[in-house]
Every structure is written in C-alpha cells, then in structure tokens.
Design a protein around this ligand. Structure first.
Ligand code: KIV
Ligand code: NA
Length: 276
C-alpha cells in the first residue's frame, strides 16, 4: 500500500496507529520499507548516529541531500520525510522554501520536517504554498539544545504546557499536515492528539498519540550509551553485529574462510601451463 498524506490522515481518522522510523541509507530504508513501515524519516539525528557529532547542529543541507537521495531510492511504499537542518529555514522564508524544495526536487522526499511552532507559522505557510507537505516538530526540539540548556522534557509547568498547546494549533492552522511531538508528558501528548485533526506522531510523548517514531539505532539496540527512558530495544543489534564480526575474524584467522564453495574455480591445467 502506498502511503500518502491522505492515507496517513485516514489512519488517524480510523484510529489506526502510524509507524515511523528513521532511515539514512539505501539498505536499511529498503528493509524498513519492505517491513511495511508507514513513514521513513531522514532525520538530522544522522549527525549523531551516522556522522558522530555531539548534537544535530553541524548537519548541513549537503548532508541531508546525500542521505535523503539514498532513502528515497529505496522507499517503494513508505512516505519519506526529510529534516530541514539547523539554519536552513531560520534566515528568511525565501531560503526556507528553496531548501525545502531541494529536499523534494533533488532529494526525492515526499515531505519536509522543521522544528518550530507559532514562531515558524509564516515559514510553514510559505513552504506549503509551494505545494510541499510540512511536518512540524514540537516539544523537545533538538536543534534548540543550547537554548533549552540540554535535552530536557518540555511542557511540564503550566506556562510551558500552554505554549506546548499553542504551537500545535498554530502549525496546523499554518498548513502542516502532521506534527512530531517529542519529549513531553504523555497526558500532553494525548491532549494535543485529540486537539488536532492532523496526525500527531510521538517520540517520548506517551501511548496516546496517533503514531510513534524512533531512531532505528536506538530501537535495534545498536547503541551502548545511556538511552532515554522512552526507547525500547526491540533487538540487541549491537551484540548481533559484534558476535558476527568476531566470528568472521576467527574464521579468517583459522583459514576456515573462505572455503571451496565460496571460491572461484579455474581448470588446474591452465595453472600447470603457467608454471612451465
Ligand atoms: O532527527 C530525528 O531523528 C528526529 C526524530 C527524533 C523525530 O527528528
Ligand atoms: Na530531527
């Protein structure tokens, strides 16, 4: 089934949960697409999990385009969303539209995502006017890590909670077709999902949102460092990879790999002639 803005909206209306995972390369995107994931997110989290930066602030448009192209080539039914990186949509609505357009036209994405609420309503409207679908990312928005003073749960006090509610309404009004809610109490996630008519995808936003998204290295257990409590490890991928690599190493060292069936053959006579 092909996932579109319409099918995703229909899923919310029918209360069928929407599934989303990050993807950054062709091979994993193809696996997730074949597994039937509704949406693939080429997140700027790639700065951390693919490129080894401390946060997402160093990620460039060139990085995003490189990875978005790879994921788009693999996605046959999944809906591909690409993140607008830090400073690619903050300077002017014109540059925001140009950069959003590049992720669609060159990258092959189906939609773009940007971090921001009420303050970015004009940018969302401008991008939407170019017939580009926009996802607004609210709550704990990682590009604001320095402004927040760390990766902290948002909307816990009454004043914060009021803004966390104002933003979703503003972005929905501005034309966003979906929102990602990150790092907010589950009761707020539920409240916002009921307040909005567009799909609300949660990460660390509780169980009552219209769908869930996770960074795949987190949910596949490929990361050893301390993980936030909202991550569930659905596999021990890190251990699986390490065990396989250790086994490869032993097999090479012992001379067991490659064996005869794993090798190409030539007529032994030809080698004889070469030796003469
Ligand atoms: O970049 C990313 O992976 C994201 C998700 C965490 C929503 O924006
Ligand atoms: Na992101």
């Amino acid at each position: 089934m092909l996932n579109t803005v319409l099918s995703l909206q229909a899923q919310k209306n029918k209360q069928q949960k929407i599934t989303m995972l990050t993807a950054y390369d062709f091979t994993t995107a193809k696996l997730f697409d074949e597994a039937g994931i509704n949406m693939l997110l080429v997140g700027d989290s790639l700065g951390m999990v693919m490129l080894g930066y401390e946060d997402t602030l160093s990620v460039t448009m060139a990085d995003m385009l490189h990875h978005t192209k790879a994921v788009s080539r693999a996605a046959k039914s999944a809906f591909v969303v690409a993140d607008l990186p830090f400073l690619s949509y903050h300077v002017s609505t014109e540059t925001a539209v140009i950069n959003a357009g590049r992720l669609i036209q060159e990258g092959g994405a189906n939609a773009v995502k940007l971090e921001g609420g009420e303050a970015f309503a004009d940018v969302i409207t401008a991008i939407t006017r170019a017939a580009i679908s926009v996802v607004a990312h609210l709550g704990l928005t990682p590009q604001s890590v320095n402004a927040f003073g760390g990766f902290k749960v948002q909307g816990r006090t009454e004043t914060d909670a009021r803004q966390v509610i104002k933003d979703p309404l503003a972005v929905q009004h501005a034309g966003a077709f979906a929102v990602v809610l990150e790092g907010i109490p589950s009761l707020l996630g539920e409240f916002i999902s009921q307040l909005l008519h567009i799909p609300c995808i949660g990460i660390g936003a509780g169980n009552a949102t219209d769908g869930q998204v996770l960074v795949y290295q987190d949910m596949l257990g490929m990361i050893d460092t301390l993980q936030p409590k909202f991550v569930r490890r659905f596999a021990e991928g890190g251990r699986l990879f390490k065990d396989a690599v250790t086994s490869y190493q032993k097999n090479v060292q012992s001379g067991d790999f490659p064996n005869e069936t794993e090798s190409y053959k030539i007529d032994a006579d030809i080698i004889q002639k070469l030796k003469q």
